[in-house]
Write a protein of this length. Structure first.
Length: 219
């Protein structure tokens, strides 16, 4: 009895440490699965929006709103474990304050921009926006992209995630910029629609590699 107690305590400590620095830490799995779920739901929302009249048909409208809002919340929630780990402040960006602010800031801006999209496209479709308002919305989208780009760069530099997961967020940021360029420059509807699915597909892939990622040993 007296021998087994210390052995049990040691094993518990080792298992607890493995949950943080093991092959697949809980915070990386959580962030990864949330990004996957967000990507799948956004793919579904996009498919509904492009193939049905979401503005007038109640069935497709309900499906679109549920998919779109759920995907937004999943992506926003994913930024918390990605930035802060399991609550100890040591996620994919390590101890970098810039990285934490960038990822959490992206989450807040993403939530704001997605909400504004719903308002301008479906709740107030006939509203006329001034040039200043349009410039503000464009700036919000640009800052959102920059925040994710900075977060992705910090993740690469921190080296906490390993393998493909190390550059997954950076790739997502670059895909997001490419989508923005296509939407603002191209007049080819098929190309714009294809880029939507490239973006959501990239989210799913990024989430999967983050979910499966190992982490480097603490320095």
């Amino acid at each position: 009895m007296t021998i087994s107690a210390p052995h049990s305590a040691t094993r518990t400590a080792v298992e607890s440490d493995a949950a943080t620095t093991g092959t697949r830490p809980r915070w990386a799995r959580t962030a990864g699965i949330l990004i996957v779920v967000g990507g799948v739901l956004l793919t579904a929302a996009t498919a509904v929006e492009l193939t049905a009249d979401v503005a007038t048909e109640s069935g497709p409208a309900t499906a679109f709103w549920v998919f779109f809002l759920a995907s937004t919340l999943a992506h926003v929630a994913a930024m918390v474990p990605l930035a802060l780990g399991r609550g100890d402040g040591e996620g994919a960006v390590g101890s970098s304050l810039v990285g934490k602010v960038a990822l959490l800031g992206f989450g807040a801006l993403f939530l704001t921009n997605q909400s504004m999209y719903l308002v301008t496209a479906y709740l107030l479709p006939s509203a006329v926006f001034t040039d200043g308002a349009m410039a503000f919305l464009f700036a919000m989208s640009a800052v959102q992209g920059v925040a994710l780009l900075v977060g992705g760069i910090v993740i690469v530099r921190a080296g906490v995630l390993t393998g493909a997961a190390r550059g997954a967020v950076l790739v997502l940021a670059l895909v997001g910029f490419a989508l923005g360029v296509v939407l603002n420059v191209s007049t080819i509807e098929a190309l714009s629609n294809a880029m939507y699915f490239v973006s959501t597909g990239a989210q799913i892939v990024a989430g999967l590699v983050i979910f499966r990622s190992t982490v480097a040993a603490a320095k």
